[in-house]
Design a protein around this ligand. Structure first.
Ligand code: NDP
Length: 338
Protein backbone atom coordinates (compact mmCIF):
# COMPACT_ATOMS: atom_id res chain seq x y z
CA UNK A 1 0.00 0.00 0.00
CA UNK A 2 2.02 2.98 -1.24
CA UNK A 3 1.61 6.06 0.95
CA UNK A 4 2.70 9.70 0.96
CA UNK A 5 3.87 10.43 4.48
CA UNK A 6 4.84 13.65 6.20
CA UNK A 7 8.46 13.46 7.26
CA UNK A 8 8.27 16.14 9.91
CA UNK A 9 6.37 19.32 10.80
CA UNK A 10 6.97 22.14 8.35
CA UNK A 11 8.11 25.72 8.93
CA UNK A 12 7.87 28.23 6.07
CA UNK A 13 7.29 27.07 2.49
CA UNK A 14 6.79 23.31 2.13
CA UNK A 15 9.25 21.31 0.02
CA UNK A 16 8.83 18.02 -1.77
CA UNK A 17 11.40 16.60 0.62
CA UNK A 18 9.04 17.28 3.55
CA UNK A 19 7.13 14.26 2.26
CA UNK A 20 8.18 10.76 1.38
CA UNK A 21 6.71 7.84 -0.55
CA UNK A 22 6.76 4.65 1.48
CA UNK A 23 5.40 1.18 1.08
CA UNK A 24 3.35 -0.29 3.88
CA UNK A 25 1.13 -3.33 4.09
CA UNK A 26 -2.63 -3.43 4.43
CA UNK A 27 -4.91 -6.45 4.60
CA UNK A 28 -7.52 -6.06 1.91
CA UNK A 29 -10.17 -7.61 4.11
CA UNK A 30 -12.29 -5.83 6.64
CA UNK A 31 -11.35 -6.78 10.21
CA UNK A 32 -13.97 -9.00 11.89
CA UNK A 33 -16.85 -6.93 13.34
CA UNK A 34 -15.53 -3.61 11.99
CA UNK A 35 -17.97 -0.77 11.13
CA UNK A 36 -15.36 0.88 8.94
CA UNK A 37 -15.17 1.01 5.18
CA UNK A 38 -12.28 -0.31 3.11
CA UNK A 39 -11.73 1.87 0.04
CA UNK A 40 -9.45 2.14 -2.97
CA UNK A 41 -8.54 5.80 -3.49
CA UNK A 42 -9.03 6.91 -7.10
CA UNK A 43 -8.54 10.68 -7.03
CA UNK A 44 -6.97 12.72 -4.25
CA UNK A 45 -7.20 16.47 -4.03
CA UNK A 46 -4.23 18.76 -3.29
CA UNK A 47 -5.59 21.64 -1.22
CA UNK A 48 -3.95 24.75 0.21
CA UNK A 49 -5.23 24.05 3.78
CA UNK A 50 -3.03 20.92 3.83
CA UNK A 51 -0.03 23.10 4.57
CA UNK A 52 -1.77 24.35 7.71
CA UNK A 53 -2.09 20.76 8.92
CA UNK A 54 1.68 20.41 8.57
CA UNK A 55 2.14 22.86 11.46
CA UNK A 56 2.68 21.35 14.88
CA UNK A 57 -0.18 23.32 16.43
CA UNK A 58 -3.87 22.61 15.80
CA UNK A 59 -5.55 25.46 13.92
CA UNK A 60 -8.77 23.91 12.59
CA UNK A 61 -11.08 22.60 15.23
CA UNK A 62 -11.72 18.95 14.45
CA UNK A 63 -8.82 18.77 11.99
CA UNK A 64 -5.72 17.82 13.99
CA UNK A 65 -2.31 18.34 12.38
CA UNK A 66 -0.87 15.50 10.30
CA UNK A 67 1.33 13.13 12.24
CA UNK A 68 4.96 12.78 11.16
CA UNK A 69 5.71 9.36 9.64
CA UNK A 70 1.98 8.90 8.87
CA UNK A 71 0.20 9.46 5.56
CA UNK A 72 -1.24 12.88 4.71
CA UNK A 73 -5.00 13.15 4.85
CA UNK A 74 -7.15 14.83 2.25
CA UNK A 75 -10.36 14.88 0.28
CA UNK A 76 -10.75 12.31 -2.44
CA UNK A 77 -12.88 10.02 -4.55
CA UNK A 78 -12.77 6.30 -3.84
CA UNK A 79 -14.37 2.96 -4.55
CA UNK A 80 -15.71 0.80 -1.74
CA UNK A 81 -14.02 -2.62 -1.60
CA UNK A 82 -15.69 -3.85 1.58
CA UNK A 83 -18.03 -2.21 4.04
CA UNK A 84 -18.92 -2.82 7.65
CA UNK A 85 -21.51 -0.02 7.54
CA UNK A 86 -24.99 -0.55 6.13
CA UNK A 87 -25.00 2.76 4.19
CA UNK A 88 -22.23 1.53 1.89
CA UNK A 89 -21.67 -1.59 -0.13
CA UNK A 90 -18.94 -3.07 -2.30
CA UNK A 91 -18.61 -1.21 -5.60
CA UNK A 92 -20.09 2.10 -4.35
CA UNK A 93 -18.28 5.25 -5.41
CA UNK A 94 -17.91 7.81 -2.65
CA UNK A 95 -16.13 11.07 -1.81
CA UNK A 96 -14.91 12.16 1.59
CA UNK A 97 -11.88 12.62 3.80
CA UNK A 98 -9.34 9.91 3.13
CA UNK A 99 -5.56 9.45 3.20
CA UNK A 100 -2.82 9.80 0.64
CA UNK A 101 -2.37 6.10 0.01
CA UNK A 102 -3.66 3.49 -2.41
CA UNK A 103 -6.07 1.79 -0.01
CA UNK A 104 -7.57 3.17 3.19
CA UNK A 105 -9.67 1.85 6.01
CA UNK A 106 -11.87 4.79 7.04
CA UNK A 107 -14.68 5.32 9.53
CA UNK A 108 -18.00 5.84 7.74
CA UNK A 109 -18.25 9.32 9.30
CA UNK A 110 -15.40 10.43 7.00
CA UNK A 111 -17.45 9.60 3.92
CA UNK A 112 -19.44 12.68 2.95
CA UNK A 113 -21.46 11.39 0.06
CA UNK A 114 -22.12 8.45 -2.18
CA UNK A 115 -21.59 9.40 -5.82
CA UNK A 116 -24.89 8.84 -7.60
CA UNK A 117 -24.36 10.83 -10.80
CA UNK A 118 -21.63 9.30 -12.93
CA UNK A 119 -22.50 10.93 -16.25
CA UNK A 120 -19.99 13.66 -15.33
CA UNK A 121 -16.25 12.95 -14.86
CA UNK A 122 -15.60 11.13 -11.59
CA UNK A 123 -12.63 13.40 -10.88
CA UNK A 124 -15.04 16.34 -10.52
CA UNK A 125 -16.04 14.96 -7.11
CA UNK A 126 -12.51 15.71 -5.91
CA UNK A 127 -12.96 19.33 -7.04
CA UNK A 128 -15.92 21.20 -8.50
CA UNK A 129 -18.53 18.67 -7.24
CA UNK A 130 -16.75 18.00 -3.95
CA UNK A 131 -15.29 20.05 -1.15
CA UNK A 132 -13.97 22.90 -3.32
CA UNK A 133 -17.25 23.29 -5.18
CA UNK A 134 -19.33 23.35 -2.02
CA UNK A 135 -16.94 25.94 -0.58
CA UNK A 136 -17.55 28.23 -3.56
CA UNK A 137 -21.31 27.69 -3.32
CA UNK A 138 -21.64 28.25 0.43
CA UNK A 139 -19.29 31.22 0.51
CA UNK A 140 -20.72 32.99 -2.49
CA UNK A 141 -24.43 32.43 -1.98
CA UNK A 142 -24.78 32.16 1.80
CA UNK A 143 -22.26 34.83 2.81
CA UNK A 144 -21.90 36.84 -0.39
CA UNK A 145 -25.70 37.11 -0.91
CA UNK A 146 -25.30 38.29 -4.54
CA UNK A 147 -27.81 40.52 -6.27
CA UNK A 148 -28.14 41.06 -9.99
CA UNK A 149 -25.92 43.85 -11.27
CA UNK A 150 -23.47 43.76 -8.35
CA UNK A 151 -19.70 43.97 -8.74
CA UNK A 152 -17.72 40.92 -7.68
CA UNK A 153 -13.98 40.48 -7.27
CA UNK A 154 -12.40 37.03 -6.83
CA UNK A 155 -8.74 36.38 -5.96
CA UNK A 156 -6.92 33.09 -6.79
CA UNK A 157 -9.63 33.09 -9.45
CA UNK A 158 -8.22 30.27 -11.55
CA UNK A 159 -8.23 27.86 -8.59
CA UNK A 160 -10.91 25.25 -8.08
CA UNK A 161 -12.90 27.53 -5.78
CA UNK A 162 -12.30 30.76 -7.70
CA UNK A 163 -13.29 29.35 -11.10
CA UNK A 164 -16.64 28.38 -9.75
CA UNK A 165 -17.25 31.60 -7.81
CA UNK A 166 -16.69 33.55 -11.04
CA UNK A 167 -19.17 31.39 -12.92
CA UNK A 168 -21.74 31.62 -10.08
CA UNK A 169 -21.34 35.39 -10.23
CA UNK A 170 -22.11 35.42 -13.96
CA UNK A 171 -25.11 33.11 -13.46
CA UNK A 172 -26.33 35.58 -10.83
CA UNK A 173 -26.14 38.50 -13.28
CA UNK A 174 -23.10 40.13 -11.66
CA UNK A 175 -20.04 41.82 -13.16
CA UNK A 176 -17.01 39.75 -12.15
CA UNK A 177 -13.27 40.32 -12.23
CA UNK A 178 -10.66 37.76 -11.19
CA UNK A 179 -6.98 38.01 -10.29
CA UNK A 180 -4.43 35.28 -10.97
CA UNK A 181 -0.67 34.89 -11.17
CA UNK A 182 0.12 34.32 -14.87
CA UNK A 183 -0.88 35.66 -18.28
CA UNK A 184 -2.06 32.19 -19.24
CA UNK A 185 -4.43 32.05 -16.27
CA UNK A 186 -5.74 35.54 -17.06
CA UNK A 187 -6.57 34.36 -20.60
CA UNK A 188 -8.27 31.29 -19.21
CA UNK A 189 -10.45 33.39 -16.92
CA UNK A 190 -11.54 35.72 -19.70
CA UNK A 191 -11.79 33.28 -22.59
CA UNK A 192 -12.93 30.03 -21.06
CA UNK A 193 -14.41 30.72 -17.64
CA UNK A 194 -16.53 33.73 -18.59
CA UNK A 195 -15.06 36.39 -16.27
CA UNK A 196 -15.76 39.91 -17.55
CA UNK A 197 -12.19 40.96 -16.78
CA UNK A 198 -9.08 39.46 -15.23
CA UNK A 199 -5.61 40.68 -14.35
CA UNK A 200 -2.23 39.30 -13.29
CA UNK A 201 -1.66 40.57 -9.75
CA UNK A 202 2.08 39.91 -10.09
CA UNK A 203 2.30 42.48 -12.88
CA UNK A 204 0.37 45.22 -11.09
CA UNK A 205 2.74 47.48 -9.16
CA UNK A 206 -0.26 49.19 -7.53
CA UNK A 207 -3.16 46.85 -6.71
CA UNK A 208 -5.30 49.71 -5.46
CA UNK A 209 -4.98 51.45 -8.85
CA UNK A 210 -5.73 48.20 -10.68
CA UNK A 211 -8.93 47.68 -8.68
CA UNK A 212 -9.98 51.31 -9.28
CA UNK A 213 -9.55 50.68 -13.00
CA UNK A 214 -11.77 47.57 -12.96
CA UNK A 215 -14.22 48.81 -10.34
CA UNK A 216 -14.67 52.58 -10.80
CA UNK A 217 -17.88 52.30 -8.75
CA UNK A 218 -16.45 49.94 -6.14
CA UNK A 219 -16.79 46.28 -5.16
CA UNK A 220 -19.96 44.75 -3.68
CA UNK A 221 -18.59 41.26 -3.01
CA UNK A 222 -14.95 40.35 -2.53
CA UNK A 223 -14.49 36.57 -2.42
CA UNK A 224 -11.31 36.37 -0.36
CA UNK A 225 -8.91 33.55 -1.21
CA UNK A 226 -5.48 35.11 -0.73
CA UNK A 227 -5.32 37.77 2.03
CA UNK A 228 -2.31 40.08 2.49
CA UNK A 229 -1.70 42.90 -0.01
CA UNK A 230 -4.74 42.00 -2.11
CA UNK A 231 -7.07 42.32 0.87
CA UNK A 232 -5.49 45.64 1.82
CA UNK A 233 -6.11 47.02 -1.68
CA UNK A 234 -9.68 45.68 -1.74
CA UNK A 235 -10.42 47.47 1.54
CA UNK A 236 -9.83 50.76 -0.28
CA UNK A 237 -12.31 49.87 -3.03
CA UNK A 238 -15.44 48.63 -1.27
CA UNK A 239 -18.95 49.97 -1.60
CA UNK A 240 -21.24 50.55 1.36
CA UNK A 241 -22.76 47.35 2.73
CA UNK A 242 -20.37 45.19 0.73
CA UNK A 243 -19.61 41.61 1.73
CA UNK A 244 -16.34 39.73 2.13
CA UNK A 245 -16.74 35.97 2.51
CA UNK A 246 -13.32 35.04 3.91
CA UNK A 247 -12.68 31.67 2.35
CA UNK A 248 -8.89 31.50 2.54
CA UNK A 249 -5.66 33.47 2.74
CA UNK A 250 -3.25 31.31 0.79
CA UNK A 251 -0.61 34.08 0.60
CA UNK A 252 -0.21 33.82 4.39
CA UNK A 253 -0.07 30.08 5.04
CA UNK A 254 3.68 29.71 4.60
CA UNK A 255 4.76 32.94 6.26
CA UNK A 256 6.43 32.71 9.64
CA UNK A 257 5.27 36.31 10.33
CA UNK A 258 1.91 36.98 8.59
CA UNK A 259 1.67 40.30 6.72
CA UNK A 260 -0.12 43.16 8.43
CA UNK A 261 -3.31 44.58 6.89
CA UNK A 262 -3.54 48.36 7.22
CA UNK A 263 -6.89 49.45 5.86
CA UNK A 264 -9.31 47.67 8.17
CA UNK A 265 -10.98 50.91 9.32
CA UNK A 266 -12.83 50.91 5.99
CA UNK A 267 -14.87 48.02 7.35
CA UNK A 268 -16.50 50.60 9.63
CA UNK A 269 -16.89 53.44 7.13
CA UNK A 270 -18.36 51.13 4.47
CA UNK A 271 -20.34 48.96 6.92
CA UNK A 272 -18.79 45.84 5.44
CA UNK A 273 -19.88 42.33 6.37
CA UNK A 274 -16.64 40.36 6.54
CA UNK A 275 -16.98 36.80 7.73
CA UNK A 276 -14.75 33.77 7.76
CA UNK A 277 -16.30 30.38 7.14
CA UNK A 278 -15.41 26.71 7.00
CA UNK A 279 -17.04 24.49 4.43
CA UNK A 280 -17.36 21.76 7.06
CA UNK A 281 -20.31 23.70 8.52
CA UNK A 282 -22.16 23.68 5.20
CA UNK A 283 -22.36 19.99 4.27
CA UNK A 284 -26.13 20.12 4.77
CA UNK A 285 -26.27 22.24 1.58
CA UNK A 286 -24.69 19.49 -0.54
CA UNK A 287 -27.92 18.09 -2.06
CA UNK A 288 -29.13 21.62 -2.91
CA UNK A 289 -25.72 22.43 -4.35
CA UNK A 290 -25.74 19.33 -6.61
CA UNK A 291 -29.26 20.07 -7.77
CA UNK A 292 -28.18 23.60 -8.72
CA UNK A 293 -24.84 22.79 -10.33
CA UNK A 294 -25.24 19.46 -12.12
CA UNK A 295 -27.65 20.75 -14.81
CA UNK A 296 -25.28 23.65 -15.60
CA UNK A 297 -22.35 21.23 -15.99
CA UNK A 298 -24.39 18.91 -18.21
CA UNK A 299 -25.47 21.83 -20.39
CA UNK A 300 -21.88 23.11 -20.60
CA UNK A 301 -22.91 26.37 -18.90
CA UNK A 302 -20.42 25.77 -16.11
CA UNK A 303 -16.99 24.46 -17.07
CA UNK A 304 -14.13 23.18 -14.99
CA UNK A 305 -10.48 23.25 -15.89
CA UNK A 306 -8.48 20.56 -14.17
CA UNK A 307 -4.77 20.24 -13.46
CA UNK A 308 -3.91 16.62 -13.04
CA UNK A 309 -0.86 14.82 -11.73
CA UNK A 310 -0.77 11.08 -12.28
CA UNK A 311 0.37 8.74 -9.55
CA UNK A 312 0.83 9.06 -5.80
CA UNK A 313 4.54 9.63 -6.36
CA UNK A 314 3.72 12.94 -8.03
CA UNK A 315 1.56 14.11 -5.12
CA UNK A 316 4.26 16.00 -3.16
CA UNK A 317 5.30 17.98 -6.24
CA UNK A 318 1.68 18.84 -7.04
CA UNK A 319 0.98 19.94 -3.47
CA UNK A 320 4.10 22.12 -3.18
CA UNK A 321 3.25 23.65 -6.57
CA UNK A 322 0.01 25.17 -5.24
CA UNK A 323 1.95 27.72 -3.24
CA UNK A 324 3.81 29.05 -6.24
CA UNK A 325 0.79 28.91 -8.55
CA UNK A 326 2.32 26.11 -10.64
CA UNK A 327 -0.90 24.13 -10.56
CA UNK A 328 -3.00 26.02 -13.09
CA UNK A 329 -2.34 26.92 -16.67
CA UNK A 330 -2.70 24.93 -19.89
CA UNK A 331 -6.17 23.66 -20.30
CA UNK A 332 -6.37 21.46 -17.25
CA UNK A 333 -7.10 22.54 -13.74
CA UNK A 334 -7.29 19.80 -11.23
CA UNK A 335 -5.64 18.75 -8.07
CA UNK A 336 -6.03 15.05 -8.12
CA UNK A 337 -3.61 12.23 -8.17
CA UNK A 338 -4.85 8.91 -9.40
P1 NDP B 1 -5.93 26.19 -5.56
O1 NDP B 1 -5.61 24.82 -5.26
O2 NDP B 1 -6.36 26.55 -6.85
O3 NDP B 1 -4.46 26.86 -5.38
C1 NDP B 1 -4.21 28.00 -4.87
C2 NDP B 1 -3.89 29.07 -5.92
O4 NDP B 1 -3.64 30.19 -5.09
C3 NDP B 1 -2.62 28.85 -6.73
O5 NDP B 1 -2.86 28.25 -7.96
C4 NDP B 1 -2.09 30.27 -6.90
O6 NDP B 1 -2.55 30.83 -8.12
C5 NDP B 1 -2.73 31.03 -5.74
N1 NDP B 1 -1.68 31.44 -4.80
C6 NDP B 1 -0.74 30.65 -4.25
N2 NDP B 1 0.07 31.39 -3.48
C7 NDP B 1 -0.37 32.67 -3.57
C8 NDP B 1 0.07 33.91 -3.02
N3 NDP B 1 1.12 33.98 -2.23
N4 NDP B 1 -0.63 35.02 -3.34
C9 NDP B 1 -1.70 34.97 -4.15
N5 NDP B 1 -2.16 33.83 -4.71
C10 NDP B 1 -1.49 32.71 -4.41
O7 NDP B 1 -6.87 26.81 -4.42
P2 NDP B 1 -8.39 26.45 -4.08
O8 NDP B 1 -9.26 27.02 -5.11
O9 NDP B 1 -8.54 25.03 -3.72
O10 NDP B 1 -8.55 27.28 -2.73
C11 NDP B 1 -8.68 28.70 -2.78
C12 NDP B 1 -8.72 29.25 -1.36
O11 NDP B 1 -9.85 28.70 -0.68
C13 NDP B 1 -7.51 28.90 -0.51
O12 NDP B 1 -7.15 30.01 0.27
C14 NDP B 1 -8.02 27.78 0.39
O13 NDP B 1 -7.30 27.69 1.59
C15 NDP B 1 -9.45 28.22 0.59
N6 NDP B 1 -10.39 27.16 0.98
C16 NDP B 1 -11.15 27.39 2.09
C17 NDP B 1 -12.10 26.50 2.49
C18 NDP B 1 -12.95 26.82 3.67
O14 NDP B 1 -13.68 25.96 4.16
N7 NDP B 1 -12.93 28.06 4.15
C19 NDP B 1 -12.27 25.22 1.78
C20 NDP B 1 -11.47 25.10 0.58
C21 NDP B 1 -10.55 26.04 0.21
P3 NDP B 1 -1.92 32.18 -8.75
O15 NDP B 1 -1.09 31.74 -9.90
O16 NDP B 1 -3.13 32.94 -9.12
O17 NDP B 1 -1.07 32.83 -7.70
Amino acid sequence: NNQVILRNYVTGFPKESDMNIVESSITLNLPEGSNDVLIKNLYLSCDPYMRILMNKVEVFEGFPPFTPASPLGGFGVAKVLESGHSDYKKGDLIWGFTRWEEYSLVPSTQIFSKIEHTDVPLSYYAGILGMAGLTAYAGFFELGTPKKGENVFVSAASGAVGQLVGQFAKLSGCYVVGSAGTKEKVNLLKNKLGFDEAFNYKEEPDLNAALKRYFPEGIDIYFENVGGKTLDAVLLNLRSNSRIPVCGMVSQYNLIEPEGVKNLTNLIFKQVHMQGFLVTNYYHLYPKFLEYLLPYIREGKVVYVEDRAEGLENGPKALVGLYSGRNVGKEWRQKQIR
